[in-house]
Design a protein around this ligand. Structure first.
Ligand SMILES: NC(=O)c1ccc[n+]([C@@H]2O[C@H](COP(=O)([O-])OP(=O)(O)OC[C@H]3O[C@@H](n4cnc5c(N)ncnc54)[C@H](OP(=O)(O)O)[C@@H]3O)[C@@H](O)[C@H]2O)c1
Length: 135
């Protein structure tokens, strides 16, 4: 007897089999290193990018090259300082990343925020998390 896969099951199988290229920005950090491991285990092509590997969202160093062929950018970078400059860090990094993605034709951008950010406006860190692109 011939068993046929249902169209929905076939779509699920095909989605599982599809590997994508994911650029994990800030890819050497606490959260990102675990994320990179999980994505690699699922068979995706993963680039862990950070200043220590020559990719810097503030200076723009290495961004264009890292974006080539990327399907998804996952922004898990964190500011090296939590003082006043932290707001500027997230704004500048967000602007540079989105511009590089637009140039490279990257269609998906995921950024990790923090729960309750909208209620913590006194902190430059959380303001940066709320609106990383605005001046
Ligand atoms: N940790 C938490 O409990 C927590 C909770 C909620 C949300 N989050 C969010 O999750 C994200 C990651 O947090 P984390 O604690 O995992 O951070 P982390 O351990 O401090 O790691 C920071 C990462 O950012 C990279 N980085 C620093 N400056 C950079 C730059 N100019 N360009 C590119 N990458 C840069 C670092 O690279 P190098 O190693 O090369 O310096 C490192 O890979 C943050 O956005 C944070 O707000 C964290």
């Amino acid at each position: 007897m011939l068993l046929k896969t249902s169209p929905i099951a076939a779509q699920r199988q095909s989605a599982k089999a599809k590997t994508i290229k994911i650029l994990v920005v800030g890819g050497t950090g606490l959260i990102s290193s675990k994320t990179v491991r999980i994505l690699l285990d699922r068979g995706h092509e993963v680039i862990a990018a950070s200043p220590s590997s020559g990719v810097n969202t503030i200076t723009g160093e290495g961004l264009a090259a890292a974006m080539a062929g990327t399907d998804v950018v996952l922004d898990l970078a964190n500011s090296p300082s939590f003082e006043d400059a932290v707001l500027e860090f997230f704004q500048t990094a967000g602007r540079n990343l989105l511009a590089a993605e637009a140039t490279a034709g990257v269609r998906h951008h995921v950024a990790l925020s923090v729960v309750g950010t909208q209620d913590l406006g006194d902190s430059g860190y959380f303001r940066g998390k709320q609106r990383p692109r605005k001046p």
